[in-house]
Design a protein around this ligand. Structure first.
Ligand SMILES: Cc1cc2nc3c(=O)[nH]c(=O)nc-3n(C[C@H](O)[C@H](O)[C@H](O)COP(=O)(O)O)c2cc1C
Length: 124
């Protein structure tokens, strides 16, 4: 959990957006690629799945408390790795800001469009 102003400033350079500029806290989920479970049959490596589950659960818990977040994968990896001083065996797939949404929301937040349930689900 990144809250110190100087590290936050460096993290924000990995993803430059006006709405990301004044977030008070960033959550980063980091795993070690040499300590991850692998399936013996085909070598499937669960690091990204494990980290995504952890991040997703925390985002859902935050959301239940009225805390805003945004899954961010479009960061510049080398800038973020440098900001967090990650070691070679550490991997990161996503970060999210955490904070109470501004009154009235951000001007950049677009209207959400959702596919119909029938377009994404099939009963078999
Ligand atoms: C793998 C992945 C990467 C994403 N990366 C970004 C990103 O870098 N920046 C961003 O604004 N949204 C990104 N998003 C989208 C949002 O964080 C979020 O998923 C989207 O706004 C849908 O949220 P909603 O289901 O609450 O509408 C990403 C989503 C996924 C699944």
């Amino acid at each position: 959990v990144i809250e110190s102003p100087n590290i936050l400033e460096r993290v924000k350079k990995s993803y430059v957006r006006s709405w990301f500029d004044d977030v008070p806290l960033v959550l980063a989920v980091v795993g070690n690629k040499n300590e991850v479970w692998q399936r013996k049959y085909d070598g499937y490596n669960s690091l990204e799945t494990d980290l995504s589950i952890a991040m997703d659960h925390m985002i859902l818990a935050a959301s239940a408390l009225g805390i805003g977040s945004c899954w961010i994968a479009n960061f510049e990896p080398e800038v973020l790795r440098g900001a967090l001083q990650l070691k070679e065996d550490q991997e990161i797939f996503a970060i999210t800001p955490l904070g109470y949404p501004k009154e009235g929301g951000s001007e950049e937040v677009k209207e959400k469009t959702r596919k119909k349930l029938g377009d994404i689900m099939r009963m078999i």
